[in-house]
Design a protein around this ligand. Structure first.
Ligand code: ATP
Length: 284
């Protein structure tokens, strides 16, 4: 948790006027529409929205993996990441200032790397640590994510889903990033592992790291975020303290999300209420 009032610290992430489109001419499609938000050190912010609302495109824009439209601005630790040359982009990624964890660690981990190699790789890529110190850094990180050190020599295929996600989290944290993006980090896990990984992420929060927690499920972000942004068709339709979003959602789409989240409300809204909210969203 932050030790000082958040407003005293400079934001780690500042997104302003973010627009992203794909395709050209008649096939041009606006995916992200004028999105802006900030995350300060120690703050954990949720980004929720249904499939296709543009959550991953925002994450990819922050990581410099997508080219946003002219006029967009994304500052990570004060550095503009929109419009970087290929070289500058590569060195930004290698710096490890912003790290990410994806939904499916089976895809994000190299199948031919042992656990130890996977976790060490970002440090070796950054290249500012003596090889002799790498093993010790990996061991410390493995401890931090409560992974059994006996697994260091295993390959991803020999691990459970929960263990793989712990490896992905250790790999992301080893460069001590200022910004950590978690894109659906528990969606591929069974419910027992989901709870354990959410607990781990809650425990790993620190006053230095800004976290962006992406999910289609408000229930997953509710326990470990301070604020939540609600994305609907590429636009932020509501932003508020997470407790406020959960207990008193304002926008019809947010009300629909809250009412449909089994872990929050038991998925309690009935069909008629759902239809009403949908009608408010799409007035004819
Ligand atoms: N490279 C691309 N070219 C064209 N369209 C794309 C590209 N990447 C994403 N899209 C489209 O942009 C929209 C938003 O996709 P995005 O993956 O950001 O959504 P999402 O909210 O993360 O969804 P999900 O929860 O399913 O991952 C989708 O309609 C998708 O098809």
């Amino acid at each position: 948790m932050p030790d000082v009032p958040l407003s005293w610290t400079a934001p780690t992430l500042e997104v302003a006027s973010l627009n992203v489109h794909f395709g050209r001419g008649r096939a041009r499609k606006q995916i992200i529409d004028d999105v802006g938000f900030e995350i300060r050190p120690g703050e954990s912010v949720g980004l929720i929205g249904e499939t296709g609302s543009g959550k991953s495109t925002i994450a990819r824009s922050i990581l410099g993996l997508v080219d946003p439209s002219a006029g967009s601005s994304v500052l990570v630790a004060g550095k503009q990441v929109v419009g970087l040359s290929a070289n500058a982009r590569r060195s930004f990624r290698r710096s490890g200032v912003a790290q990410y964890v994806f939904q499916d660690p089976h895809k994000s981990l190299d199948q031919d790397f042992t656990v130890e190699q996977s976790i060490a790789e970002p440090l070796l890529i950054r290249g500012d640590i003596k090889r002799a110190d790498v093993a010790e850094a990996v061991r410390r990180q493995v401890d931090d994510v409560q992974l059994d050190a006996a697994l260091l020599g295993r390959f991803p295929a020999e691990l459970s889903g929960g263990q793989r996600q712990r490896v992905a989290i250790a790999r992301a944290l080893i460069t001590k990033p200022r910004l950590l993006i978690l894109d659906e980090p528990v969606s591929a896990l069974d419910s027992a592992n989901r709870v354990k990984i959410l607990e781990l992420l809650g425990r790993l929060r620190s006053s230095e790291v800004a976290m962006l927690f992406i999910s289609h499920d408000l229930g997953s972000v509710a326990g470990i975020t301070d604020r939540t942004l609600v994305l609907y068709r590429g636009r932020v339709v509501e932003v508020n303290k997470t407790s406020q979003i959960v207990n008193a959602p304002e926008h019809p789409y947010t009300r629909l999300l809250v009412g449909s989240a089994p872990t929050l409300s038991g998925g309690s809204i009935d069909r008629e209420r759902r239809e009403q909210l949908r009608a408010e969203l799409h007035p004819s």
